[in-house]
Write a protein that binds this ligand. Structure first.
Ligand code: BG6
Length: 467
């Protein structure tokens, strides 16, 4: 529906941006840190690894000063588990603990609210080697112990903790490492229980802090108006979205999905104590990352088995569930040069669905336009495409707020360029350019892009000035 007048963003709305430790810190083996599974994962040829990042570990004061200049009142970053507890479990690394105190204090110096992710793709490699990471129930306890350290240290000065970044992307795209579909969903179940227990502990140890999950959530469109495609969209929504939020909010698995898994013999083993933990772990809010809606069509068991991952069929190859659905490109959706969707209406739909289902305050913890940028000879970076992208998504937020959605923050990806998960530093998301290439670290100078000046107006006007 169209409105004649949009409601303003609420007072105190959080405007900022997001990052993750392994993609920006660098210093990957410094001050006692050990390797994470992200540090050791192979990177595609022609793209950098994460070892040097953008040197945020050493330059965080300069970076936070720039965010303050942009008018931020929020900064989302993650704490690196292998920095805080280098052996994954056991001894705490005091140098690392001090480092994140310094980062948090630096944010507060400028009135910036730190939004802290506890786990963003960087499981300590030692735990992967020792017991197969999330395949083992032991990982639940080790994660919870690590979270407890963070709550005890930072719980009095951090208002918002995020448990796990994009558990759904890890479950869906890295599931093959568990050897079978049952293993994949069992490991995922361990993570869900770990998250529930981490939320319980947060409420005990840091009663003034709030805690919530941070999955990647998106509206799902049926590829056609056929009843079969509509059912496929509903089913894919259960697996891609609801599996991660119904469990967190209601402590229940989506019923049809669980029955489908049971029918296939791949349902995870769930103990009575697990159900108890899932019920008792309650989020105070939902954080979610959004990059563009998904589109699926129905696929039979027979056809689905023959869909292979190749470049022509990238989406389907990655996301085909025979007997349920397969992902397809949506010809009616715009895309970036990297093929990522540009769909502000999809964001409004997603916000509405989340609010109507869960009735919890929402914060967008990622959204953004990753493309190459050009540093001009005069030292400027013109990125009108990024401004356009952000403007349209912020407008969609305002429409959703007018619909009645309780949204309390917008934290796009990202303040500064950092290393993409698998497409190097050439795929830039920042409003601050970082002067480095894939393999030439150059001087890593920070340079304000045009979007920096535009977003500054947005933050300072509390979203009134989007021109
Ligand atoms: C999200 C992740 O999936 O998307 C980030 O939480 C990631 O870590 C971001 O960087 C953008 O994706 P990519 O693959 O372009 O880096």
């Amino acid at each position: 529906m169209d409105y004649r007048n949009l409601k303003p963003f609420p007072e105190g709305f959080l405007w900022g941006a997001s990052s993750s430790a392994y993609q920006c810190e660098g210093a990957y083996l410094e001050d006692g840190k050990t390797l994470s599974v992200s540090d050791t994962a192979p990177v595609p040829e022609g793209t950098t690894d994460f070892n040097d990042g953008i040197d945020h570990y050493h330059r965080f004061r300069e970076d936070i000063a720039l965010m303050a200049e942009m008018g931020f009142n929020e900064f989302r970053f993650s704490i690196a588990w292998p920095r805080i507890i280098p052996q994954g479990a056991g001894e705490v690394n005091e140098v690392a603990v001090r480092h994140y105190h310094d980062v948090i204090d630096e944010c507060h110096k400028y009135g910036i609210e730190p939004v802290v992710t506890l786990y963003h793709f960087d499981l300590p490699q030692v735990l992967q080697d020792k017991y197969g990471g999330w395949a083992s129930r032991q990982c639940i306890d080790d994660f919870v112990e690590y979270c407890k350290v963070c709550y005890k240290e930072y719980g009095s000065k951090v208002k918002y903790f995020l448990t796990i970044n994009e558990q759904n992307m890890m479950a869906l795209f890295q599931g093959a490492q568990y050897g079978s579909e049952k293993g994949q969903w069992q490991a995922n179940h361990h993570m869900l229980v770990a998250q529930a227990k981490a939320m319980i502990e947060c409420h005990k140890i840091a009663p003034n802090a709030k805690v919530g999950p941070a999955p990647n959530i998106t509206a799902i469109y049926p590829a056609s108006s056929s009843p079969a495609d509509n059912l496929a969209a509903m089913d894919w929504d259960q697996l891609r979205n609801r599996l991660f939020l119904d469990t967190a909010v209601f402590g229940t698995y989506p019923e049809a999905l669980l029955n489908w898994w049971k029918d296939k013999g791949i349902a995870p083993e769930i103990t009575d104590q697990d159900w108890e933990d899932l019920k008792n772990g309650n989020p105070d809010f939902i954080a979610f990352n959004y990059y563009g809606a998904g589109t699926v069509r129905y696929v039979s068991e027979e056809e689905g088995k023959n869909i292979k991952s190749d470049t022509a069929n990238f989406m389907s190859g990655l996301m085909t569930y025979p007997g349920m659905s397969t992902a397809v490109q949506n010809p009616l959706q715009e895309h970036t040069s990297y093929g990522m969707g540009i769909d502000p209406i999809g964001l409004r739909i997603t916000l509405r669905q989340l609010w109507e289902r869960y009735r919890l305050p929402l914060i967008i913890t990622e959204n953004g336009c990753g493309v190459p940028d050009k540093l001009e000879e005069d030292g400027t970076v013109h990125d009108p495409y990024r401004i356009d992208y952000l403007r349209r998504h912020i407008r969609a937020c305002q429409e959703a707020i007018t619909d009645g959605v309780e949204l309390f923050g917008y934290s796009p990806w990202s303040a500064f360029d950092l290393i993409s998960t698998h497409q190097g530093v050439t795929k830039r998301y920042g409003m601050i350019y970082v002067n480095r290439d894939e393999f030439d670290l150059k001087d890593m100078k920070r340079i304000r892009k045009d979007s920096f000046f535009w977003y500054k107006k947005v933050c300072e006007s509390n979203g009134k000035d989007l021109d």
